[in-house]
Design a protein. Structure first.
Lengths: 323, 247
């Protein structure tokens, strides 16, 4: 077990944090009429993984770019853009239902590709490009939807968000599939190896003939594609193409990736760790909700977790280099 | 017949001419020391050999083929490897992955899924290479960043040797090493020579150059001003060429 965790770069600490958080939340959450803690009900369990699925997929995108020593701040906005693009094609333009899927995924991937193109061709720092895209994508989403939600999607799309085949919400299946595929790519393909090497030491990637430009281009496109998938799920869940969908989700996604063990400075990344990170964020949010903590405080809590995670990591790496 | 042949190689960066028609030849299995002051053009010259820089004029042939217009990847495939002074290792990746970085052997599940890295093969071959070089590394599965400077240098050499190069260029391989580690790197160069691999050794440490190299080439202001056999020269003569005090 420990060996497996080490091999997949999942931190024992993040698993411990998840467990501790579950125990604490279970005790602090209110009791239902039948005498069970609300937090521990099956329904609530699905609520947590359902909520985690959306930003979990976003966090997978963040894991790819961060482990290559990049950053994508536009994730949440691109999610919103993808959400309204898919809905507008099907609801407003009355195209067949599958255009919601194509539209969301293409919008996400395209925004990511634009990020990648400007970062690699223009040598503009990823921080600036994706910060700019955060504004652009959100603005575009609001323009496309005239600032209002686009309601009323067809049955087939709603299935992706609201159905429960075998009693499990569809988004959970989608997230599991995306996570497994991404884990395979990052941990076991040459593309993944090159991503980590690039994040570790750009010179090493260059010296060994890795096409750095193409690599970065693909990484940002993948990140955008993840935002597209998350946007599609969001649309399907709430039956709305929502231009404000995913607001501040980049905070959740990046935090989930970092507490899952991905190195903020690149060179180390774990999709399985990110999934645990996403669950930690999901449990935290859900528990605070059940305790009726105001959303404003939740924002603060998530931000504090991000800073604390990187701080602890810094202390730890400094400790190691002193040895 | 020499393995590497440079004739009349010139290179300028804007108005600054760095190489003024360099002629140089290296035979198979030969170890040549390249010395010269800072700014003499050593690094530029090496980068024209690996293909990182294109030449303005002149010709480079390798293994009887004109490689002047070839890109770095192609030259690497033909057998020119370079070990950079900063080693260009990825510190958080393990030893085996570093050795195979950029050239990972892959296989396919059931013939459909995308190719995945054959980690077992990488580990086995990396171990083999480490053993062949006769160096001690605690484990090939630990991150390279946890190794000593000398061990890291060895990993960089192992990476260069894995794909059977004919020429290895080393840029200051001993500059940051402890005395005993220097010895082991020089031993490796000797071992490579026995296997017929030619080496160009760039170094400021003339002791190391005299120990490892049969021939010493002095570069000064972008010209080869001396091409000396080790057994027919001494350190004083080489130094006088380097500083321009000779003839």
């Amino acid at each position: 077990m420990l060996k497996f965790l080490e091999r997949t770069h999942v931190r024992v600490e993040s698993l411990a944090v998840l467990l501790a958080l579950i125990i604490v939340m279970a005790f602090l959450s209110p009791v239902t009429g039948s005498g069970v803690r609300v937090f521990l009900t099956a329904n609530n369990f699905f609520n947590i993984i359902l909520a985690s699925a959306t930003f979990g997929i976003l966090a997978i995108g963040a894991t790819f770019v961060i482990s290559s020593a990049g950053i994508d701040l536009s994730l949440g906005s691109v999610l919103g853009l993808a959400s309204v693009t898919g809905a507008a094609l099907v609801v407003t333009l009355e195209l067949p239902w599958y255009f919601a899927i194509i539209g969301s995924l293409m919008a996400g991937a395209a925004a990511g590709a634009v990020n990648g193109f400007i970062i690699t061709r223009g040598h503009v720092p990823a921080f600036i490009v994706t910060l700019g895209m955060l504004g652009i994508a959100r603005g575009l989403a609001l323009i496309i939807s005239s600032g209002r939600g686009i309601y009323g999607l067809p049955e087939e799309i709603l299935f992706l968000g609201q159905a429960r085949p075998f009693g499990v919400p569809t988004p959970v299946f989608i997230m599991l599939f995306v996570a497994l595929a991404s884990h395979y790519v990052l941990a076991h393909t040459p593309f993944g190896h090159h991503t980590l090497a690039l994040g570790d030491n750009e010179n090493s990637a260059r010296a060994t003939g890795i096409n750095i430009r193409r690599q970065r281009m693909m990484l940002y496109t993948i990140s955008g594609l993840m935002a597209g998938i998350a946007g599609l799920i969001f649309t399907a869940r709430v039956n709305t193409g929502d231009p404000t969908a995913g607001l501040n989700y980049e905070l959740l996604a990046i935090t989930a990736a970092i507490i899952g063990g991905t190195n903020l400075f690149g060179g180390r990344g774990s999709i399985l760790g990110t999934m645990i990170g996403a669950l930690i964020m999901g449990v935290l949010q859900n528990g605070l909700n059940l305790m009726a903590v105001q959303a404003y405080y939740q924002q603060m809590a998530i931000g504090a977790v991000l800073i604390a995670a990187v701080w602890l990591d810094q202390i730890r790496t400094r400790g190691r280099s002193l040895q | 017949m020499s393995l590497l042949e440079l004739s009349g190689v010139e290179k300028s960066f804007g108005p600054v001419q760095v190489l003024h028609g360099v002629n140089l030849s290296v035979a198979a299995g030969e170890v040549v020391g390249l010395v010269g002051d800072n700014g003499a053009g050593k690094s530029t010259l090496m980068k024209t050999i690996t293909g990182v820089y294109t030449t303005d004029s002149g010709r480079i042939t390798f293994d009887d083929q004109d490689v002047t217009g070839r890109d770095p990847g192609e030259r690497r495939e033909r057998g020119i490897e370079m070990i950079y002074q900063d080693l260009a290792l990825a510190p958080q990746q393990d030893v085996a992955n570093n050795i195979f970085l950029g050239r990972e052997p892959t296989k396919r599940f059931l013939g459909i899924l995308p190719r995945f890295v054959d980690k077992a093969k990488i580990d086995a071959q990396a171990q083999e290479m480490i053993d062949r070089l006769g160096v001690h590394v605690p484990s090939i599965q630990i991150p390279v960043g946890m190794l000593s400077g000398g061990q890291q240098q060895t990993i960089a050499i192992a990476r260069a040797l894995t794909f059977k190069p004919k020429l290895v260029i080393m840029d200051e391989p001993t500059a940051a090493l402890a005395v005993r580690e220097v010895e082991s790197v020089l031993n490796l160069i000797r071992q490579m020579q026995e296997e017929g691999i030619a080496t160009i050794l760039i170094s400021h440490r003339l002791n190391d150059v005299f120990e490892a190299c049969g021939r010493i080439v002095v570069l000064r202001r972008g010209n080869v001003i001396a091409d000396l056999k080790r057994d027919e020269t001494d350190m004083a003569e080489v130094v006088s060429y380097i500083v321009g005090a000779h003839g």
